[in-house]
Ligand binder design. Structure first.
Ligand code: F6P
Length: 359
């Protein structure tokens, strides 16, 4: 009997259930009924506290299109993994190892993003058999061209920009749509291009608001009555990019606006004399059913993860590289962030058709 645990960790996204289904169906097909699958609740928290349930084959049916995660999730910061909850307790890594042993697991399947992968690698280094799948709407996991959840979120953010377009053209207004992504701008970049944004501000390309104002003025002088800005949550100005990280964080913490878009809107209003509206779709971008692309990707990732487990190949993340699903060692993935290269093809193409990055 092989015993497999599955957990979903970090911010949720579309496709988590599709990926859970993919790996479970793959395991039943590859190994047969000689397996027991345990669903660990709420991410690493469930493994730390021994909160899990035995799953049945039927639990994995009918969930391909369902949003969220049937297992629940939570954020468990990597830096807290060695911290004890109280004097008498063991640290979280020890607790996870003990529950893994107590459950009699042969392998742990972990679905998560960047932070999750640091802990997954640590558990692997500590001797647990781990296989992971890369999830996140941010598409910032190193080692894979695509994470699941990303394309679904791009579709939603694009729809928001599409809808804003119709009201912006009707009123002749300037709009900011704030797209998720604190550290990286893939989601904003793709949605901005797909939605036909005029200006795209990313964390990777610090902006100069005078440049942004010039673009708006130029559009106006060409008779365009509206402008659309796609602004990533983590967009930063050129001045901020020069600051020490600590000072920057302190300044942002004191910012009298709910998010960067409102600050940009106020400053641009002062510069251009136009009224500027802000739309923040927020967690909407992580919700609902996975798009067709993500359903296929999750199924491929799931099948590949099951194959690794069947062959006893542990310590890997399944990844998309050059159209193929390949195993990438966790030690190569952990601690790295896949940011948008400022000189990438996609940025170049966007610039060639006149999209401004405010730089
Ligand atoms: O990592 C996914 C993500 O949705 C980011 O795009 C966003 O910045 C962050 O999570 C929001 O985190 P939370 O759900 O904890 O508010």
């Amino acid at each position: 009997m092989r015993r497999i645990g599955i957990l979903t960790s970090g911010g949720d996204c579309q496709g988590l259930n599709a990926a859970i289904r993919g790996v479970a169906k793959g395991l039943y097909e590859e190994i047969g009924n000689d397996i027991e699958i345990f669903g660990i609740h709420n991410g690493y928290a469930g493994l730390i506290h021994g909160d899990y349930r035995k799953m049945n084959k039927s639990d994995f049916s009918g969930i391909l299109t369902v949003g969220g995660t049937i297992l629940g999730t939570s954020r468990q910061p990597f830096k807290m993994m060695r911290v004890k909850e109280d004097e008498n307790s063991i640290d979280k890594v020890q607790a996870m190892k003990e529950h893994y042993k107590k459950m009699g697991l042969d392998c742990l399947v972990i679905l998560g993003g960047n932070g999750t992968h640091k802990t997954a690698n640590l558990l692997s280094e500590e001797g647990l058999n781990v296989v992971t799948m890369p999830k996140t709407i941010d598409n910032d996991v190193w080692g894979t061209e695509m994470t699941f959840g990303f394309q679904s979120a791009v579709d939603i953010a694009t729809q928001v920009i599409d809808c804003i377009h119709t009201t912006a053209t009707s009123h002749g207004r300037i709009f900011i749509v704030e797209v998720m992504g604190h550290k990286v701008g893939w989601l904003n970049l793709y949605a901005g291009i797909a939605g036909g944004a005029d200006i795209i501000l990313l964390p990777e390309i610090p902006y100069d608001l005078n440049e942004v104002a010039k673009v708006i003025d130029k559009r106006e002088s060409e008779g365009k009555r509206f402008s659309i800005l796609a602004v990533a949550e983590g967009a930063i100005s050129k001045e901020e990019a020069q600051m020490k990280k600590r000072d920057f964080k302190a300044q942002r913490a004191q910012m009298p606006y709910p998010s960067i878009s409102y600050k940009i809107a106020k400053e641009l209003e002062d510069k251009t004399g136009h009224e500027i509206r802000v739309t923040v779709p927020g967690h909407f971008q992580r919700g609902g059913s996975p798009c067709a692309y993500d359903r296929v990707l999750c199924t491929r990732f799931g099948a590949a993860a099951a194959r690794l487990i069947k062959n006893g190949q542990y310590g890997f993340m399944v990844a998309l590289q050059n159209e193929k699903i390949v195993p990438v060692p966790l030690s190569e993935v952990a601690g790295k962030l896949k940011r948008v290269p400022a000189d990438s093809d996609i940025i170049e193409a966007a610039k060639e058709i006149g999209i401004s990055f405010g730089d």
